[in-house]
Design a protein around this ligand. Structure first.
Ligand SMILES: [Ca+2]
Length: 386
């Protein structure tokens, strides 16, 4: 499980990985209160946000650029239909028919490969991309429009409004970029043609096959036409970019209309994002991080960075190892992690992450992602308070 966790962080959100820090989840899961949830995270935490992330890489996948070809009648398709039917308890003839409608997306295999090791990670570039006036302004409008639902989510799940607003802003620019790929096409393509040169091809292929199963189960339960749902090139859907398994497990009907709709209903998205964080161990009232200064004479950075973002040090232990903590951080009761964010060839940035910082990375396994979400939410909150 440990090795899987380390590796999974590289590819849960393929489009993030060339700019984000690769979250390692080492050894100490045993001491973390939501340890058992990590198992679920392997399968369900990949609520991809490839629309926003593609933007970081300058990739804009316009609809007319998506080229597809038929899969054709093949034994693998028949086997896939049979497996999904069995796993999800849906009629095999119906699954076969759905898969017969799926088309292979050209170029997708390359997009899910990890970036070259030489790709520089750059927090400053990421920060500039996501914490910027247009997104902050859109976030302010979103906050004001959905104030009641956001506050109700905060009261219901204990997750602050600014975090929910930050997530939806980074994921889809408040519903503006939800992805143009047919989810049926991308999941079937990745289930059948995952690139074998990927370091963990077998596991990732199984993941997408499983996600395709969850997707078809959802479609089967819906009125006609739902198979046309579009999303990111990894199959993430709607305002919060939930993968099908996350939708199944964590999405909620937050406006009480009797159905869960993350595609067109931002109120359901608000409740679902908050529910997701609660399910992954969000602790109400705990900050996400503190600032980090160093006492160079005492600094033991290699020990501090060894557990990566997994909170593993008490405040006192951090100070012993050369981190100069702010007064509120010195009073922090839980464990802390020193989080390092590279800035290309410039000096790295550092923050002291709490267990709640770690929870934010369960939405997307990246400290760069987490800090962008947190800072965007904070910037919007600050603007609204002016
Ligand atoms: Ca609803």
């Amino acid at each position: 499980m440990r090795d899987e966790c380390i590796e999974l962080s590289l590819t849960c959100k393929p489009s993030f990985s060339s700019i984000f820090y690769r979250v390692k989840l080492p050894i100490l899961l045993t001491s973390f209160p939501m340890r058992f949830l990590v198992f679920f995270a392997i399968f369900f935490a990949c609520t991809c946000s490839s629309a926003a992330l593609a933007a970081v890489h300058g990739k804009k996948h316009k609809p007319h650029q998506i080229r597809t070809t038929p899969f054709g009648p093949r034994a693998e398709v028949a086997q896939l239909a049979s497996d999904i039917s069995q796993n999800q308890q849906i009629p095999v003839a119906w699954v076969r028919h759905q898969l017969s409608l799926a088309r292979r997306v050209q170029g997708l295999e390359k997009m899910v490969l990890p970036p070259p090791a030489s790709s520089p990670k750059n927090w400053a570039a990421y920060q500039a991309r996501f914490i910027e006036p247009r997104r902050i302004e859109a976030g302010m409008r979103f906050w004001q429009t959905h104030k009641e639902a956001l506050e109700r989510a905060q009261n219901t799940y204990g997750v602050p409004v600014e975090l929910i607003v930050g997530v939806i802003g980074v994921e889809t620019f408040y519903g503006q970029h939800m992805g143009k790929y047919k989810v049926l096409d991308v999941l079937t393509t990745l289930a059948l043609h995952f690139p074998p040169e990927h370091p963990r091809a077998q596991e990732r292929q199984a993941f997408f096959k499983s996600e395709l199963g969850y997707f078809l189960k959802m479609v089967h339960a819906q009125p006609k036409g739902q198979a046309a749902i579009t999303g990111s090139y990894a199959g993430a859907m709607g305002w919060p970019q939930f993968m099908p398994s996350s939708w199944t497990r964590f999405a909620v009907d937050f406006d009480g209309d009797g159905r869960i709709d993350l595609l067109k209903n931002p109120v359901d998205a608000i409740g679902s994002v908050a529910n997701y964080f609660k399910a992954f161990g969000w602790q109400t009232g705990m900050p996400t991080h503190y600032s980090a200064q160093f006492d160079d004479a005492k600094l033991d950075k290699s020990t501090l960075l060894a557990p990566d973002i997994l909170p593993s040090f008490s405040a006192a232990s951090m100070q012993d190892k050369g981190v100069v903590l702010t007064p509120d951080a010195q009073q922090h009761k839980g464990n802390l992690a020193l989080v390092e964010l590279f800035n290309g060839t410039d000096a790295p940035s550092y923050v002291v992450g709490t267990e709640n910082f770690y929870v934010v990375t369960r939405y997307n396994w990246s400290s760069y992602y987490a800090l962008a979400v947190i800072e965007l939410g904070a910037a919007i909150k600050a603007e609204l308070a002016r």
